[in-house]
Design a protein around this ligand. Structure first.
Ligand SMILES: [Zn+2]
Length: 326
């Protein structure tokens, strides 16, 4: 059995005559697994290789890319898709190969958040875990506490007659923000890219208010003040006015991104679609694997901490090959 990370961040597992690639494609893949619909995980080029994914993910991909040309499958022998709790339809993959259980988490979150159920770890022999927030300073407050704090702050601004822009990534965070803030007794307007995604959530029973879009409301003259706008980060500059207060929701709220600056927002709130440091450790303990491979984010730091806890852990480092026989 061989596990390898290619230059372009593509991870694959080779065993017997099969190659399974994870959130990437390898030219000789037997099949590829796509854990969720965030664009860095989706296979954009056309391929004849079947892609294992949830139906929610397929629908989200199709809604964002004007229908993907690829062939998707929902199940496969010796493979189980587990709820990953990251965004709608996100899955972890549990594989059984040569009587070994291999768990690939993909992006995950263990918390129950409104309409999303948290990821529940299972026992596995080999664990491949994402470590976006794999450093001890990333421990997030309880989801409910952040909601309360954010809701108080937003209402304060609205009472002062300001518009409030609540900002988060278009797929995942934005739907949580829509649900949270549509409860408040103020008009809410949503960016059109988010509306598209909201309509897929609605197809799967998560009703989110969609209309009108901010642009439509502006054009037709009913973007009243005070009101709430739900906006992805790259659109803030188009909607901002001096009467607008901005609040950004991210796991990087307290520290900034590792390699780039966070824009100047009036307020940031620690809310992530990923597990925090403590939750990552908890998942490793519950999975209780023979070996852990860490990937993304603080993979080296987290692998070191796992070693200190007595686990056999290795970071999957881009451009390096890791080969292990079991
Ligand atoms: Zn993601």
């Amino acid at each position: 059995m061989m596990l390898k990370l290619k230059e372009d961040n593509g991870l694959f597992l080779k065993f017997k005559n099969k190659i399974i690639s994870f959130d990437s494609i390898h030219q000789n893949s037997t099949y590829a697994f796509v854990s969720h619909a965030h664009s860095d995980h989706v296979i954009k080029k056309k391929t004849d290789i079947p892609i294992l994914s949830s139906k929610e993910t397929v629908k989200l991909i199709n809604s964002r890319t004007n229908k993907s040309p690829n062939k998707y499958i929902e199940s496969l022998e010796n493979a189980k898709l587990l709820n990953a709790g990251h965004v709608l339809g996100s899955k972890s993959l549990l594989l059984e190969v040569d009587e070994k259980k291999i768990l690939y988490t993909g992006d995950f979150n263990t918390r129950d958040r409104l309409f999303l159920k948290g990821f529940k770890p299972v026992k596995a022999d080999i664990l491949i875990i994402e470590t976006t927030f794999g450093k001890p300073n990333y421990v997030f407050p309880k989801f409910k506490e952040v909601n309360k704090e954010a809701s108080d702050w937003v209402q304060d601004q609205l009472k002062k007659g300001k518009n409030v822009m609540v900002i988060g990534y278009a797929l995942g965070k934005a739907q949580i923000l829509c649900k949270l803030f549509e409860k408040l007794p103020y008009p809410i307007f949503v960016d059109s890219q988010i509306i598209k995604i909201n309509s897929v959530y609605s197809d799967f029973g998560i009703e989110l208010r969609g209309f009108p879009s901010i642009r439509e409301a502006k054009e037709k003259g009913y973007l009243s003040t005070p009101s709430i706008m739900v906006v992805p980060p790259h659109m803030v500059k188009y909607y901002w006015t001096p009467e607008t207060k901005t609040a950004f929701f991210t796991g990087w709220a307290n520290t900034g991104y590792p390699n780039k600056k966070i824009m100047n927002y009036d307020k940031t709130f620690s809310m992530s679609d990923h597990a925090d440091y403590k939750e990552l450790i908890e998942v490793v303990k519950k999975t209780d694997p023979e070996i852990v491979y860490t990937m993304h984010g603080f993979n080296r730091e987290f692998a070191k901490d796992l070693k200190d806890l007595g686990f056999n852990a290795k970071p999957l480092v881009n451009g390096q090959t890791k080969i292990e026989d079991f």
